[in-house]
Design a protein around this ligand. Structure first.
Ligand SMILES: *Cc1c(COP(=O)(O)O)cnc(C)c1O
Length: 392
């Protein structure tokens, strides 16, 4: 499923560096500076609150809340993945996915504006909704599936899309929604956390912003929090940059460097995790106690048709429902290779009963399972064994 030159994109590394046309090549070289003799390929983290700055205080590096060379390389790497070949696009990195999301919403919206959010998106969105409303912004919500956000779009300043949605794994037609939004002057942001830029490139589908949590599969090891916003290098992005400076929601250099290092294996991880997720979904489909099984890569999944139009890989999250809360808890307790933990996208498989948090509109027995890089046979066998052993 890896991309090729057939997708028409070419990325160059530096002015005369090697062209990367496949996702693996692009990921392993993303954001690397031109080679310098005796310097490492990926320079280490730059720890600096301030930089030597005699005379006029102009950039590129002045104060550590505004810029950092380690961010610059990571931002370049993410741009190369989200928008290969585009010179007019930039990325800003943040302390977390929520910092990135809030920076777009709060920098673009004013009192009196209307915004459309998904009603089945990330669990912190209801908190954001309450805060936006407190600032006099009208918040409309609609489900991701069936492109239902179209029905409440009229006159909105910003449309917020999360596709696939977390945790329900519904998918909407990003290009269709974006065209309708742009026809009336509405900006569009897409939360690309679940897909990663190797799974989906929202800017190519027309969106103004690709926003994501780098905490999940992008960095993939469950050891850092990070977020980013990618968009055209214009006034809107200048607003996002200004917001980052005002709020100071910046990543530490160590986190930025770890994320950059981890991107080198992104294609290996997303391909392996997607293949195993599909194998697991196929194995679960036959199980009598499993209902509501969702994985956009399953040919008969309700999301599959739209997902194949706009996604290049289908992600590492499989969701399904067991009959009761107790049944789901016994299953989670019986797993050996899957940790009972929240979040997703890491190299080690995790699963949780999503209803334990409240906030998501899911059944009590709903399980969100994130597939790691274990051998597919081991993982599938562990899940099926745990289902058997925890039955009855
Ligand atoms: C986790 C997540 C976020 C928030 O990211 P943090 O890094 O935890 O702040 C936002 N959107 C989606 C879809 C997520 O899964």
């Amino acid at each position: 499923m890896s991309a090729s030159a057939a997708d028409g994109t070419v990325n160059t590394h530096g002015a005369d560096g090697p062209a990367a046309t496949g996702d693996g090549t692009r990921a392993v070289r993303a954001g690397l500076p031109d080679p310098v003799k005796y310097e490492p390929t990926l320079p280490g983290p730059v720890f600096a609150a301030h930089f030597h700055l005699p005379g006029e205080p102009t950039g590129p590096y002045t104060y550590g809340r505004d810029e950092n060379p380690t961010w610059t390389l990571l931002e370049q790497a993410i741009t190369e993945l989200e928008a290969p070949g585009r010179e007019d696009v930039e990325t800003l990195v943040f302390a977390s996915g929520m910092a990135a999301i809030s920076s777009v919403l709060f920098s673009q919206l004013r009192a009196g504006d209307a915004v459309v959010l998904p009603d089945d998106g990330y669990q912190a969105l209801p908190l954001v909704k309450a805060q936006l409303e407190a600032y006099g912004i009208e918040v409309r919500t609609a489900p991701t599936g069936g492109d239902a956000q179209l029905e409440v779009l009229e006159g909105a300043r910003l449309l917020w899309i999360e596709s696939p949605s977390n945790p329900g794994l519904d998918v909407c037609d990003i290009r269709r929604l974006t065209e309708a939004a742009h026809a009336q002057g509405t900006l569009v942001a897409v939360d690309n956390t679940l897909a990663t830029p190797l799974g989906q490139r929202p800017l190519e589908l027309g969106a103004d912003f690709a926003v994501a949590s780098g905490t999940k599969q992008l960095s993939g090891h469950g050891d850092i929090l990070l977020g980013y916003v990618t968009g055209r290098n214009d006034e809107a992005m200048a607003g996002v940059r200004r917001w980052r400076k005002i709020v100071g929601a910046i990543p530490g250099p160590m986190e930025a460097w770890l994320a950059h290092r981890s991107i080198a294996t992104l294609q290996l991880r997303v391909d392996q995790q997607a293949a195993t997720a599909l194998a697991l979904a196929e194995a679960l489909r036959a199980h009598p106690e499993v209902t509501g099984l969702r994985y956009p890569g399953l040919p008969d999944d309700p999301s599959h048709a739209v997902a194949t139009q706009q996604m290049r890989r289908f992600g590492c999250v499989v969701s399904f429902t067991l009959p009761t809360r107790e049944r789901a808890e016994r299953f989670l307790g019986a797993l050996r290779l899957v940790d009972d933990a929240t979040s997703f996208g890491g190299v080690r498989s995790t699963a949780e009963r999503r209803g334990r948090w409240g906030g998501d509109a899911v059944p009590e027995g709903f399980i969100r399972l994130s597939v790691g890089v274990e051998d597919p046979e081991d993982l599938v066998a562990d899940v099926l064994r745990a289902l058997e052993e925890s039955a009855g």
